[in-house]
Design a protein around this ligand. Structure first.
Ligand code: CO
Length: 167
């Protein structure tokens, strides 16, 4: 099922999500629906609060080209436990349509999380997947990528967005 994606400045996007406690059928159907919604919207990541569920859950598939092998990652109750280096990457977000901005992130991370069956997992990664995990993880804390910009850039972007919304 395709879910509705909430967009800026919806206040729901600024709330803190709660950890998943039950790894049950309703979690599995949420995960399935989130993946379907992400693929349909041509996104590479989607967090539960973007579709109105304040749960610490996100899905990612960074295969952009059709030749790339699809790999769907499902992260539940993730924690970035280690990180190093920095990199700047041009990010966009399904909740902030039509905007992309360079954001500074950690280059390498280790993320501890649970799979859909409640089994603990550890992933060490870098580059685009690490960027996507940090972006989606921010959604769980009510942070959008535009909140990570420098104050001047953020002011410019918010002005641009408020104009776009008024039209
Ligand atoms: Co996003």
């Amino acid at each position: 099922m395709i879910l509705d994606i909430l967009t800026y400045p919806n206040p729901e996007l600024y709330k803190i999500s709660k950890p998943v406690e039950k790894f049950d059928k309703s979690l599995h159907s949420l995960l399935n629906n989130m993946a379907e919604t992400m693929y349909e919207a041509n996104g590479i990541g989607l967090a539960a609060p973007q579709v109105g569920h304040k749960l610490r859950v996100f899905v990612i598939d960074i295969a952009i080209d059709e030749e790339d092998e699809n790999k769907l990652y499902e992260f539940i109750n993730p924690k970035i436990s280690q990180s190093s280096g920095t990199l700047t990457f041009e990010e966009g977000c399904l909740s902030v349509p039509g905007l992309s901005e360079e954001v500074k992130r950690k280059e390498k991370i280790q993320v501890d999380y649970f799979d859909r069956f409640g089994k603990p997992q550890i992933l060490e990664t870098e580059g685009l997947l690490a960027v996507a995990i940090q972006h989606e993880n921010d959604h769980l804390d009510g942070v959008l990528f535009i909140d990570r910009l420098s104050p001047i850039r953020r002011r410019m972007v918010k002005k641009k967005l408020s104009k776009a919304i008024t039209l």
